[in-house]
Ligand binder design. Structure first.
Ligand code: SDX
Length: 368
Protein backbone atom coordinates (compact mmCIF):
# COMPACT_ATOMS: atom_id res chain seq x y z
CA UNK A 1 0.00 0.00 0.00
CA UNK A 2 1.32 3.50 -0.80
CA UNK A 3 -0.03 6.68 0.76
CA UNK A 4 0.20 10.46 0.36
CA UNK A 5 1.52 12.19 3.53
CA UNK A 6 -1.09 14.56 4.87
CA UNK A 7 -3.48 13.07 2.30
CA UNK A 8 -2.06 15.57 -0.22
CA UNK A 9 -4.22 15.57 -3.39
CA UNK A 10 -6.28 12.66 -2.05
CA UNK A 11 -10.06 13.16 -2.49
CA UNK A 12 -11.72 12.09 0.79
CA UNK A 13 -15.33 12.66 -0.26
CA UNK A 14 -17.59 14.03 -2.95
CA UNK A 15 -19.17 17.40 -2.16
CA UNK A 16 -21.42 19.91 -3.91
CA UNK A 17 -20.50 22.68 -1.47
CA UNK A 18 -17.25 24.12 -2.81
CA UNK A 19 -14.14 23.46 -4.81
CA UNK A 20 -10.77 25.12 -5.40
CA UNK A 21 -10.54 25.35 -9.19
CA UNK A 22 -6.81 25.85 -9.87
CA UNK A 23 -7.26 25.99 -13.65
CA UNK A 24 -9.84 28.76 -13.45
CA UNK A 25 -8.14 30.43 -10.44
CA UNK A 26 -11.52 30.42 -8.74
CA UNK A 27 -13.10 29.10 -5.55
CA UNK A 28 -16.62 27.93 -6.46
CA UNK A 29 -19.21 28.01 -3.65
CA UNK A 30 -22.23 26.07 -4.88
CA UNK A 31 -21.42 27.37 -8.38
CA UNK A 32 -20.78 31.01 -7.43
CA UNK A 33 -17.30 32.58 -7.44
CA UNK A 34 -16.25 33.31 -3.83
CA UNK A 35 -14.56 36.49 -5.03
CA UNK A 36 -17.83 37.74 -6.57
CA UNK A 37 -19.80 36.72 -3.50
CA UNK A 38 -17.36 38.75 -1.35
CA UNK A 39 -17.73 41.81 -3.58
CA UNK A 40 -21.49 41.61 -4.28
CA UNK A 41 -23.17 39.92 -1.30
CA UNK A 42 -23.58 40.20 2.46
CA UNK A 43 -22.30 37.48 4.76
CA UNK A 44 -25.89 36.43 5.55
CA UNK A 45 -26.56 35.74 1.86
CA UNK A 46 -23.48 33.54 1.57
CA UNK A 47 -24.18 31.73 4.84
CA UNK A 48 -27.75 31.09 3.63
CA UNK A 49 -26.35 29.73 0.34
CA UNK A 50 -24.16 27.32 2.30
CA UNK A 51 -26.76 26.12 4.80
CA UNK A 52 -29.88 26.02 2.59
CA UNK A 53 -28.25 25.51 -0.82
CA UNK A 54 -29.47 28.72 -2.51
CA UNK A 55 -29.03 32.48 -2.29
CA UNK A 56 -32.00 33.90 -0.35
CA UNK A 57 -34.73 36.04 -1.89
CA UNK A 58 -35.65 39.23 -0.01
CA UNK A 59 -38.17 37.52 2.27
CA UNK A 60 -35.78 34.66 3.11
CA UNK A 61 -32.92 37.10 3.71
CA UNK A 62 -34.92 39.31 6.09
CA UNK A 63 -36.10 36.22 8.00
CA UNK A 64 -32.53 34.82 8.17
CA UNK A 65 -31.11 38.16 9.38
CA UNK A 66 -33.83 38.40 12.02
CA UNK A 67 -33.11 34.84 13.23
CA UNK A 68 -29.37 35.56 13.51
CA UNK A 69 -30.14 38.45 15.86
CA UNK A 70 -32.94 36.72 17.77
CA UNK A 71 -30.82 33.61 18.35
CA UNK A 72 -27.56 35.43 19.13
CA UNK A 73 -27.71 35.88 22.92
CA UNK A 74 -25.88 32.98 24.57
CA UNK A 75 -27.42 31.45 27.74
CA UNK A 76 -26.32 33.16 30.97
CA UNK A 77 -24.85 29.88 32.21
CA UNK A 78 -22.49 29.76 29.20
CA UNK A 79 -21.36 33.34 29.79
CA UNK A 80 -20.84 32.56 33.50
CA UNK A 81 -18.69 29.53 32.60
CA UNK A 82 -16.52 31.63 30.28
CA UNK A 83 -16.25 34.33 32.94
CA UNK A 84 -14.82 31.76 35.39
CA UNK A 85 -12.07 30.48 33.08
CA UNK A 86 -8.44 31.63 33.52
CA UNK A 87 -7.94 35.23 32.36
CA UNK A 88 -4.89 34.25 30.28
CA UNK A 89 -6.74 31.49 28.39
CA UNK A 90 -6.41 31.97 24.62
CA UNK A 91 -9.64 33.33 23.06
CA UNK A 92 -9.79 30.25 20.80
CA UNK A 93 -9.87 28.00 23.86
CA UNK A 94 -12.56 30.18 25.45
CA UNK A 95 -14.56 29.91 22.21
CA UNK A 96 -14.10 26.13 21.97
CA UNK A 97 -15.40 25.82 25.56
CA UNK A 98 -18.28 28.18 24.87
CA UNK A 99 -19.53 26.29 21.82
CA UNK A 100 -19.25 22.99 23.68
CA UNK A 101 -21.32 24.44 26.52
CA UNK A 102 -23.95 25.78 24.07
CA UNK A 103 -24.75 22.20 23.04
CA UNK A 104 -26.34 21.59 26.44
CA UNK A 105 -28.99 24.20 25.69
CA UNK A 106 -30.08 23.06 22.23
CA UNK A 107 -33.29 21.01 22.46
CA UNK A 108 -32.60 19.37 19.08
CA UNK A 109 -29.03 18.34 19.90
CA UNK A 110 -29.49 14.64 19.15
CA UNK A 111 -31.67 15.11 16.07
CA UNK A 112 -29.46 14.86 12.97
CA UNK A 113 -32.08 15.00 10.24
CA UNK A 114 -31.39 17.63 7.62
CA UNK A 115 -33.93 20.25 8.78
CA UNK A 116 -32.91 19.87 12.44
CA UNK A 117 -29.25 20.24 11.43
CA UNK A 118 -30.16 23.38 9.49
CA UNK A 119 -32.02 24.85 12.48
CA UNK A 120 -29.07 24.04 14.74
CA UNK A 121 -26.69 25.57 12.18
CA UNK A 122 -28.53 28.90 12.42
CA UNK A 123 -28.37 28.81 16.23
CA UNK A 124 -24.66 27.91 16.14
CA UNK A 125 -23.94 30.65 13.58
CA UNK A 126 -25.82 33.27 15.61
CA UNK A 127 -24.37 32.36 19.00
CA UNK A 128 -20.83 31.83 17.72
CA UNK A 129 -20.91 35.35 16.29
CA UNK A 130 -22.12 36.67 19.63
CA UNK A 131 -19.44 34.76 21.58
CA UNK A 132 -16.63 35.87 19.24
CA UNK A 133 -17.77 39.48 19.32
CA UNK A 134 -17.93 39.39 23.11
CA UNK A 135 -14.90 37.27 24.09
CA UNK A 136 -13.15 40.42 25.27
CA UNK A 137 -16.27 41.89 26.89
CA UNK A 138 -17.19 38.67 28.73
CA UNK A 139 -13.77 38.73 30.36
CA UNK A 140 -14.69 42.16 31.75
CA UNK A 141 -18.02 40.77 32.98
CA UNK A 142 -20.17 42.26 30.26
CA UNK A 143 -21.31 41.84 26.65
CA UNK A 144 -22.81 43.84 23.80
CA UNK A 145 -26.15 42.62 22.46
CA UNK A 146 -26.50 42.10 18.72
CA UNK A 147 -28.79 44.75 17.21
CA UNK A 148 -31.66 44.26 14.77
CA UNK A 149 -30.56 47.32 12.77
CA UNK A 150 -27.16 45.76 11.96
CA UNK A 151 -26.19 42.77 9.81
CA UNK A 152 -24.26 39.82 11.22
CA UNK A 153 -20.78 41.06 10.26
CA UNK A 154 -21.64 44.58 11.41
CA UNK A 155 -22.89 43.26 14.78
CA UNK A 156 -19.71 41.24 15.23
CA UNK A 157 -17.52 44.27 14.48
CA UNK A 158 -19.73 46.51 16.69
CA UNK A 159 -19.31 44.11 19.63
CA UNK A 160 -15.54 44.00 19.10
CA UNK A 161 -14.73 47.70 18.58
CA UNK A 162 -17.53 49.06 20.76
CA UNK A 163 -19.00 51.41 18.19
CA UNK A 164 -20.87 51.30 14.91
CA UNK A 165 -18.23 50.83 12.16
CA UNK A 166 -17.87 53.37 9.36
CA UNK A 167 -19.15 52.04 6.02
CA UNK A 168 -15.59 51.72 4.63
CA UNK A 169 -14.47 49.83 7.76
CA UNK A 170 -17.41 47.44 7.50
CA UNK A 171 -16.82 46.86 3.78
CA UNK A 172 -13.19 45.86 4.47
CA UNK A 173 -14.19 43.65 7.41
CA UNK A 174 -17.11 41.95 5.64
CA UNK A 175 -15.01 41.25 2.53
CA UNK A 176 -12.50 39.33 4.66
CA UNK A 177 -15.33 37.74 6.64
CA UNK A 178 -16.93 36.35 3.49
CA UNK A 179 -13.61 35.19 2.03
CA UNK A 180 -13.10 33.05 5.14
CA UNK A 181 -16.51 31.38 4.90
CA UNK A 182 -15.69 28.13 3.06
CA UNK A 183 -12.66 26.58 1.37
CA UNK A 184 -13.28 22.91 0.55
CA UNK A 185 -11.63 20.22 2.70
CA UNK A 186 -9.29 22.30 4.86
CA UNK A 187 -8.04 20.39 7.92
CA UNK A 188 -10.71 21.85 10.22
CA UNK A 189 -13.49 21.08 7.74
CA UNK A 190 -12.23 17.54 7.29
CA UNK A 191 -12.16 17.20 11.10
CA UNK A 192 -15.79 18.30 11.23
CA UNK A 193 -16.78 15.75 8.58
CA UNK A 194 -14.94 12.90 10.33
CA UNK A 195 -16.74 13.69 13.60
CA UNK A 196 -20.08 14.07 11.78
CA UNK A 197 -19.53 10.74 10.03
CA UNK A 198 -19.90 8.88 13.35
CA UNK A 199 -23.36 10.56 13.60
CA UNK A 200 -22.15 12.61 16.55
CA UNK A 201 -23.99 15.93 16.90
CA UNK A 202 -23.18 19.07 14.90
CA UNK A 203 -21.94 20.95 17.99
CA UNK A 204 -19.28 18.31 18.56
CA UNK A 205 -18.23 18.54 14.92
CA UNK A 206 -17.88 22.32 15.21
CA UNK A 207 -15.94 22.06 18.48
CA UNK A 208 -13.52 19.65 16.80
CA UNK A 209 -13.15 22.02 13.86
CA UNK A 210 -12.40 24.94 16.21
CA UNK A 211 -9.73 22.84 17.93
CA UNK A 212 -8.14 22.05 14.57
CA UNK A 213 -8.34 25.63 13.29
CA UNK A 214 -6.38 27.01 16.26
CA UNK A 215 -3.16 25.39 15.01
CA UNK A 216 -0.52 27.86 13.71
CA UNK A 217 -0.23 25.87 10.48
CA UNK A 218 -3.94 26.52 9.87
CA UNK A 219 -6.24 29.29 11.15
CA UNK A 220 -3.82 30.32 13.89
CA UNK A 221 -1.52 31.69 11.18
CA UNK A 222 -3.42 34.97 10.80
CA UNK A 223 -2.60 36.00 14.38
CA UNK A 224 1.04 34.89 13.94
CA UNK A 225 1.38 36.64 10.57
CA UNK A 226 0.88 39.99 12.29
CA UNK A 227 4.38 39.76 13.80
CA UNK A 228 5.94 40.82 10.47
CA UNK A 229 3.93 44.04 10.43
CA UNK A 230 5.43 45.47 13.61
CA UNK A 231 8.51 46.40 11.57
CA UNK A 232 9.25 48.90 8.82
CA UNK A 233 10.20 47.50 5.40
CA UNK A 234 13.87 46.95 6.23
CA UNK A 235 13.05 45.45 9.63
CA UNK A 236 10.48 43.12 8.13
CA UNK A 237 12.92 41.93 5.48
CA UNK A 238 15.54 41.26 8.19
CA UNK A 239 12.96 39.42 10.34
CA UNK A 240 11.92 37.19 7.44
CA UNK A 241 15.47 36.42 6.30
CA UNK A 242 16.43 35.44 9.86
CA UNK A 243 13.43 33.12 10.15
CA UNK A 244 14.24 31.48 6.85
CA UNK A 245 17.87 31.12 7.88
CA UNK A 246 16.70 29.27 11.00
CA UNK A 247 14.49 27.06 8.78
CA UNK A 248 11.43 28.52 10.50
CA UNK A 249 8.17 29.11 8.69
CA UNK A 250 6.96 32.57 7.75
CA UNK A 251 3.30 32.63 8.75
CA UNK A 252 0.80 33.66 6.08
CA UNK A 253 2.75 32.01 3.28
CA UNK A 254 2.33 28.72 1.50
CA UNK A 255 -0.69 26.55 0.98
CA UNK A 256 -1.18 22.84 0.42
CA UNK A 257 -3.42 23.40 -2.60
CA UNK A 258 -2.08 26.65 -4.05
CA UNK A 259 1.29 24.96 -4.32
CA UNK A 260 3.00 27.38 -6.64
CA UNK A 261 0.77 30.39 -6.80
CA UNK A 262 -1.01 33.03 -4.77
CA UNK A 263 -4.26 32.25 -2.98
CA UNK A 264 -6.86 34.23 -5.02
CA UNK A 265 -8.40 35.38 -1.73
CA UNK A 266 -5.07 37.03 -0.83
CA UNK A 267 -5.22 39.02 -4.07
CA UNK A 268 -8.60 40.44 -3.03
CA UNK A 269 -7.37 41.32 0.47
CA UNK A 270 -4.20 42.91 -0.94
CA UNK A 271 -6.42 45.42 -2.74
CA UNK A 272 -8.49 45.95 0.41
CA UNK A 273 -5.28 46.69 2.35
CA UNK A 274 -4.17 49.15 -0.34
CA UNK A 275 -7.52 50.97 -0.14
CA UNK A 276 -7.43 51.13 3.67
CA UNK A 277 -3.84 52.45 3.66
CA UNK A 278 -4.80 55.03 1.07
CA UNK A 279 -7.79 56.16 3.12
CA UNK A 280 -5.79 56.58 6.33
CA UNK A 281 -2.86 58.14 4.46
CA UNK A 282 -0.24 55.71 5.73
CA UNK A 283 1.01 52.99 3.40
CA UNK A 284 3.67 51.40 5.67
CA UNK A 285 1.75 48.15 6.15
CA UNK A 286 1.15 47.85 2.43
CA UNK A 287 4.82 48.49 1.60
CA UNK A 288 5.92 45.90 4.18
CA UNK A 289 3.46 43.35 2.74
CA UNK A 290 4.59 43.89 -0.85
CA UNK A 291 8.28 43.65 0.06
CA UNK A 292 7.84 40.45 2.07
CA UNK A 293 5.71 38.98 -0.72
CA UNK A 294 8.50 39.70 -3.23
CA UNK A 295 11.15 38.26 -0.91
CA UNK A 296 9.23 35.02 -0.26
CA UNK A 297 8.52 34.55 -3.97
CA UNK A 298 12.16 35.12 -4.95
CA UNK A 299 13.80 33.21 -2.08
CA UNK A 300 11.33 30.37 -1.48
CA UNK A 301 8.88 30.34 -4.40
CA UNK A 302 6.18 30.70 -1.74
CA UNK A 303 3.13 32.94 -2.03
CA UNK A 304 0.76 34.64 0.39
CA UNK A 305 -2.41 32.96 1.60
CA UNK A 306 -5.49 34.77 2.84
CA UNK A 307 -4.11 35.09 6.36
CA UNK A 308 -1.12 37.20 5.31
CA UNK A 309 -3.20 40.11 4.03
CA UNK A 310 -6.04 39.81 6.54
CA UNK A 311 -3.68 40.40 9.47
CA UNK A 312 -2.75 44.03 8.59
CA UNK A 313 -6.36 44.79 7.59
CA UNK A 314 -7.65 43.64 10.99
CA UNK A 315 -4.86 45.64 12.67
CA UNK A 316 -6.01 48.80 10.86
CA UNK A 317 -9.60 48.08 11.96
CA UNK A 318 -8.47 48.05 15.59
CA UNK A 319 -9.11 44.35 16.17
CA UNK A 320 -6.90 42.70 18.80
CA UNK A 321 -4.71 39.87 17.43
CA UNK A 322 -6.20 37.30 19.84
CA UNK A 323 -9.53 37.70 18.00
CA UNK A 324 -8.15 37.12 14.49
CA UNK A 325 -8.65 33.36 14.52
CA UNK A 326 -11.95 33.47 16.47
CA UNK A 327 -13.28 35.76 13.70
CA UNK A 328 -12.18 33.09 11.21
CA UNK A 329 -14.35 30.65 13.26
CA UNK A 330 -17.34 33.02 13.24
CA UNK A 331 -17.21 33.02 9.45
CA UNK A 332 -16.18 29.44 8.67
CA UNK A 333 -18.78 27.95 10.99
CA UNK A 334 -21.26 28.36 8.09
CA UNK A 335 -19.03 26.21 5.88
CA UNK A 336 -18.47 23.65 8.63
CA UNK A 337 -22.21 23.35 9.23
CA UNK A 338 -22.85 22.91 5.50
CA UNK A 339 -20.36 20.04 5.45
CA UNK A 340 -21.92 18.39 8.52
CA UNK A 341 -25.39 18.67 6.93
CA UNK A 342 -24.07 17.15 3.69
CA UNK A 343 -22.14 14.41 5.48
CA UNK A 344 -25.04 13.30 7.67
CA UNK A 345 -27.56 13.46 4.81
CA UNK A 346 -25.70 10.65 2.99
CA UNK A 347 -23.26 9.28 5.47
CA UNK A 348 -20.50 6.65 5.52
CA UNK A 349 -18.19 6.69 8.55
CA UNK A 350 -14.61 7.67 7.79
CA UNK A 351 -12.27 4.81 8.61
CA UNK A 352 -8.95 4.95 6.66
CA UNK A 353 -6.08 2.47 7.16
CA UNK A 354 -2.49 3.01 8.35
CA UNK A 355 0.63 1.47 6.79
CA UNK A 356 2.12 -0.27 9.82
CA UNK A 357 5.82 0.45 10.38
CA UNK A 358 6.15 -1.14 13.81
CA UNK A 359 7.50 -4.64 14.75
CA UNK A 360 5.49 -7.86 14.88
CA UNK A 361 5.65 -10.95 17.07
CA UNK A 362 7.21 -9.34 20.11
CA UNK A 363 7.41 -11.76 23.10
CA UNK A 364 6.40 -10.47 26.55
CA UNK A 365 9.61 -11.25 28.44
CA UNK A 366 9.60 -13.31 31.62
CA UNK A 367 6.06 -14.57 31.04
CA UNK A 368 5.34 -18.29 30.68
C1 SDX B 1 -5.07 28.22 6.12
O1 SDX B 1 -6.44 24.15 3.67
C2 SDX B 1 -6.94 25.32 3.61
O2 SDX B 1 -7.66 25.66 2.72
C3 SDX B 1 -6.56 26.23 4.76
C4 SDX B 1 -7.04 27.67 4.64
C5 SDX B 1 -8.54 27.76 4.71
O3 SDX B 1 -9.11 28.70 4.15
O4 SDX B 1 -9.13 26.90 5.44
O5 SDX B 1 -6.58 28.24 3.43
C6 SDX B 1 -6.52 28.51 5.82
O6 SDX B 1 -4.81 27.44 6.98
C7 SDX B 1 -4.02 28.85 5.27
C8 SDX B 1 -2.57 28.38 5.66
C9 SDX B 1 -2.13 29.18 6.90
N1 SDX B 1 -0.90 28.61 7.43
C10 SDX B 1 0.26 29.33 7.37
O7 SDX B 1 0.37 30.39 6.79
C11 SDX B 1 1.42 28.67 8.10
C12 SDX B 1 2.68 28.70 7.25
N2 SDX B 1 2.47 27.83 6.09
C13 SDX B 1 2.82 26.48 6.24
O8 SDX B 1 3.18 25.91 7.38
C14 SDX B 1 2.53 25.58 5.04
O9 SDX B 1 2.77 26.30 3.90
C15 SDX B 1 1.16 24.97 5.01
C16 SDX B 1 0.83 24.29 6.29
C17 SDX B 1 0.14 26.00 4.71
C18 SDX B 1 1.15 23.94 3.88
O10 SDX B 1 2.01 22.94 4.26
P1 SDX B 1 2.45 21.74 3.27
O11 SDX B 1 1.64 21.74 2.02
O12 SDX B 1 2.48 20.52 4.09
O13 SDX B 1 3.89 22.21 2.82
P2 SDX B 1 5.17 21.60 3.48
O14 SDX B 1 5.08 21.75 4.97
O15 SDX B 1 5.38 20.24 2.90
O16 SDX B 1 6.30 22.60 2.96
C19 SDX B 1 6.91 22.37 1.71
C20 SDX B 1 8.24 23.12 1.76
C21 SDX B 1 9.01 22.78 3.04
O17 SDX B 1 10.37 22.99 2.74
P3 SDX B 1 11.35 21.72 2.79
O18 SDX B 1 11.22 21.17 4.20
O19 SDX B 1 10.79 20.77 1.72
O20 SDX B 1 12.69 22.31 2.48
O21 SDX B 1 7.99 24.52 1.85
C22 SDX B 1 8.45 25.03 3.10
C23 SDX B 1 8.59 23.85 4.02
O22 SDX B 1 9.58 24.10 5.00
N3 SDX B 1 7.43 25.94 3.60
C24 SDX B 1 7.68 27.11 4.19
C25 SDX B 1 6.44 27.66 4.46
N4 SDX B 1 5.48 26.82 4.04
C26 SDX B 1 6.09 25.76 3.52
N5 SDX B 1 8.85 27.70 4.49
C27 SDX B 1 8.75 28.92 5.08
N6 SDX B 1 7.60 29.53 5.36
C28 SDX B 1 6.42 28.93 5.07
N7 SDX B 1 5.27 29.54 5.34
Amino acid sequence: MSYSPGLENVPATESSISTIDLEAGKIWIRGYSLEELAMECTYEEVAHLLIYGHLPDTRELNEFRRKLVDESLAPKEVLDILGMLPKDMHPMDLLKTGIAALSGFDPELENSDIEANRRKSVRILAKTGFLVGNLGNIREGGFRLFRSDLGHAANLLYAIIGRRAESWELKAFETAFILYVEHELAASTFAARVIASTMADIYGAVVGAVAALKGPLHGGANEKALEIFQYDVEGAEKFVRERLARKERVMGFGHRVYRRGIDPRAEVMKNVLAELCNRIGDDRLYRVAVRVEELMANEKNLYPNLDFYVAPVYKLLGISPGLFTPIFVASRVAGWCAHVIEQQAANRIFRPRAIYTGPRGQKISGRG
